[in-house]
Write a protein that binds this ligand. Structure first.
Ligand code: DON
Length: 307
């Protein structure tokens, strides 16, 4: 498909999916997220030649939340290599993203880097390597975009940190098993700030393009991560990126995806493109209903599901 037919397609998808924007509810367990205008819908595609196509509210920044776990994981993998897997698993959890139940049975080792427990371990790894891990994640994103105007929304970070009892419980529980090197408060500060990075669909699609290109920045040509790491990240997105909806997403969309409670969903078409859709209202699993519908439609219309 050429750029103009892809543009026409995402324009059509956004127009057809607007009616789904009133389904579900915005995340309010982080109070600042409840203030987001709920009827937004955006979609963007970045193709390997660097073209970025935008539809609807594709240039409006939103809270990337768990999509940040993708960039943190990439950074941690780049630093630690395969030894990272000694600290975090690579299996779907079949539990909600903020669940504690498996941690007791599995001795404080999280199932995967995308559930909150796993993401807190990744932040802990970054805490050992960087003085300000959230700045390291942000600067990594700046490098991917070739721009420095993406920022952490301090109000969202504060709001999450003030309401982080569940994540604090997870962090303390893992530390009780000896699985967290830093103090829970240090890890939580960095984690909440990282989740509060604000980005648009267009920037998320562009920043994740290396995952569609065997780990290389397709324009700069330099490796972001090696091809093996990129393959691992895509595999984890497919199997764990939507938490206990990962199987449903694999059936409906059939692409590696990563969701966030800000309403964003990023999807990678290996060897072709990266795309992102955003709409704030979520289903019971914490995934955006309209964004999932938009990406599902995209996969159906293009036949780009990997299955
Ligand atoms: O830790 C949390 O609960 C949030 N900062 C991120 C959760 C999230 O985005 C789950 N994804 N759908």
């Amino acid at each position: 498909m050429n750029a103009s037919s892809l543009q026409a397609l995402i324009d059509d998808i956004v127009a057809a999916t607007r009616s789904r924007c009133d389904e579900g509810a915005v995340a309010d367990y982080i109070p600042a997220l409840a203030k987001v205008p709920p009827d937004r819908l955006g979609m963007a595609i970045a193709t390997l030649d660097g073209t970025v196509l935008r539809a609807g509210d594709a240039t409006e920044p939103f809270s990337i939340q768990s999509i940040s776990k993708l960039f943190a994981l990439t950074l941690a993998l780049r630093r630690e290599g395969e030894s990272l897997w000694r600290r975090v698993g690579r299996e779907p959890s079949g539990t909600p993203f903020n669940s504690l139940v498996l941690l007791e049975r599995e001795q404080g080792i999280p199932r995967n880097p995308f559930v909150n427990a796993g993401a807190l371990v990744i932040t802990d790894v970054l805490c050992q390597r960087f003085l300000q891990p959230e700045r390291a994640v942000l600067e990594f994103i700046h490098g991917l975009l070739g721009r420095t105007d993406v920022a952490i929304d301090a109000g969202v970070a504060r709001s999450e940190r003030q309401h982080s009892d569940r994540n604090a419980a997870i962090a303390h529980f893992m530390r009780s098993f000896g699985k967290l090197g830093s103090q829970p408060a240090t890890v939580l500060d960095a984690y909440c700030a990282q989740c509060a990075i604000a980005m648009s669909c267009a920037d998320l699609a562009r920043a994740s393009l290396f995952l569609a290109a065997d780990g290389r920045d397709p324009l700069g040509g330099s490796p972001v991560v090696d091809a093996l790491a990129a393959r691992r990240i895509n595999a984890l997105m497919l199997t764990c990126g939507a938490y206990d909806a990962a199987g449903d997403f694999a059936c409906r969309i059939g692409l590696p995806t990563k969701t966030g409670v800000g309403g964003g969903i990023l999807a990678v078409v290996p060897g072709r493109m990266s795309l992102c859709a955003w709409s704030p209202r979520l289903d019971a699993n914490g995934n955006s209903i309209a964004a999932a519908a938009a990406i599902e439609r995209f996969a159906a219309e293009t036949g780009l599901s990997i299955f």
